[in-house]
Ligand binder design. Structure first.
Ligand code: F6P
Length: 474
């Protein structure tokens, strides 16, 4: 069996270059890579291609120019296949929509008469390519949204109630249509939690494209933690990082409160910083640690950041300065997933807490990765973590309420062993990539040979009227 993963945004290479450095290089790429690897390791009859976009340019991994590459130490039944479209430079995901038809045609040309048996599509751009591929070749697909435009649009519109201005940058008119088509024509929609299925996909903008009550249409398959990376085993590389952390004079006597997600509006770091700034009790109990990537001294380098990250980091620095917290807050520059895992292990040994106060987190892989290294996660109750940590399996907080965040962090410190043990058991029992891959394999095997759809028409990618009607109802 030959399956292709359609993931045009970001890119893939053996070093996971740029992961967490850029919004298009986030958890979704880890998800696609880990499932693909677990699939070929578990199923010897399987060939898997991760199909992404080929581009080149200064500052990007030179591997992104290659048409085909492999992960070292992994079966060569897994390939990274890079197909060009648009120009040969990097294009942020919001600018890919218009090039997806060309990308799809080039994919068909690449495979010629050796077309794959099935596709799994990721994010609206991968989904749109899968719809076009199905229309042209009959190849069916599963769709995993990862993050849907509707929720993002609603959040951003509250701050910037000018749709045309939003659409100029985010192209929601195209994205919502791409997502609607993906939902309509996928054999199966794969979500990470029940909550994601019933909350995210029931948004009014997807009405008519999907019925969340249609059982045959959905499969809930949680993502996993890379337990080879995120665990409690301290190796030589970890020890070297430990020495670096101590040399940097990070306050290591007290536990820490760790913020490690990328600098993105949605992650809402500022609420966690405010919760800390407003709580003398927390300041006595712990330091606040903010993990970043590619900056040695954020106080000086913040002005060099791209506008969106700069505004976010500057608001954090302003809060730190306003409350005179520089001696209680540290920044830690981590260059890779391996270093991130090492830092998690280090601070877990100091009984530290991992905090994610995103307004809305589609799934929340980071908290269970941190948990697998021994940290106690305190996470937003909005989205995936509300499902993962339900029944007191973890500590959930209201991201809009800094007192509730402080309460949750204090609770974690007060019951550290109990919650540290709970999250470790949760990860090992439910959230490994091997289990996720087995779920995908089951869905694809069931669909092969049984999925059929009459030919269908394809509208232009434009849902502006639908969106404007929806925004009027907000
Ligand atoms: O990789 C993490 C991820 O969820 C990707 O799905 C996507 O690139 C991004 O973060 C979310 O995108 P958006 O903010 O446009 O919904």
């Amino acid at each position: 069996m030959h399956i292709i993963f359609l993931n045009p945004q970001g890119n893939f290479d053996q070093k996971d270059s740029h992961l967490t450095e850029h919004a298009d290089f986030g958890g979704q790429l880890v998800y696609v890579k880990e499932i693909s690897k677990a699939l070929v390791e578990q199923f010897p009859d399987l060939k898997v291609d991760i199909v992404t976009r080929r581009f080149k340019g200064d500052g990007w991994s030179s591997e992104f120019e290659k048409e085909i590459s492999y992960y070292p130490g992994i079966s060569r039944r897994l390939r990274i296949v890079r197909i060009p479209c648009g120009n040969d430079s990097f294009l942020r995901k919001e600018l890919l929509w218009q090039h997806i038809p060309e990308w799809t045609d080039n994919i068909i040309r690449f495979y010629r008469n050796q077309l794959p048996d099935y596709a799994t599509a990721h994010y609206g751009d991968g989904g749109y390519a899968a719809v076009l591929l199905k229309k042209k070749t009959g190849i069916s697909f599963t769709f995993t949204g990862h993050s849907l435009g509707a929720q993002k649009l609603d959040k951003l519109y509250k701050k910037e109630p000018d749709f045309d201005k939003l659409d100029e940058w985010y192209h929601f008119s195209k994205r919502i249509q791409a997502e609607r088509l993906s939902l309509q024509h996928a054999d199966t929609i794969i979500t990470s939690t029940d909550m994601e299925r019933y909350k995210q996909y029931s948004h009014p903008l997807y009405r008519g494209a999907v019925d969340v009550e249609e059982n045959g249409k959905f499969a809930v398959i949680p993502p996993g933690v890379n337990i080879h990376l995120f665990n409690q085993i301290v190796d030589e590389e970890d020890k070297a990082l430990f020495r670096r952390i101590e040399k940097e004079g990070v306050e290591t006597q007290k536990p820490s409160i760790i913020l490690s997600s990328r600098l993105d509006d949605k992650k809402n770091h500022i609420s966690a910083v405010r919760a800390y700034a407003e709580s003398k009790e927390l300041q006595q109990k712990a330091s606040l640690g903010i993990f970043i990537r590619g900056m040695k001294n954020p106080y000086e380098e913040v002005e060099n950041l791209p506008a969106k990250e700069r505004i976010i980091l500057q608001s954090i620095i302003d809060e730190i300065n306003r409350h005179h917290l520089r001696d209680k807050v540290f920044f830690l520059d981590l260059a890779s997933q391996k270093e991130l895992a090492g830092a998690y292990k280090y601070f877990a040994l100091k009984h530290s807490v991992f905090v994610l106060t995103a307004f809305y987190e589609p799934f929340g892989l980071a908290p269970i990765e941190a948990g697998a290294c021994g940290l106690v996660p305190v996470t937003t109750k909005n989205g995936g973590p509300g499902d993962i940590f339900k029944n007191d399996m973890g500590i959930l907080v209201d991201p809009a309420d800094t007192e509730d965040i402080a309460r949750g962090i204090a609770k974690a410190f007060g019951n550290y062993e109990e919650y540290a043990d709970k999250v470790i058991r949760l990860v090992k029992g439910k959230y490994t990539w091997e289990k996720t891959a087995a779920g995908y394999y089951q869905v694809v095997s069931d669909a092969l040979g049984s999925s059929y759809e009459e030919d269908f028409d394809l509208p232009e990618l434009d849902t502006k009227e639908l969106i404007l009607r929806h925004l009027k109802s907000l």
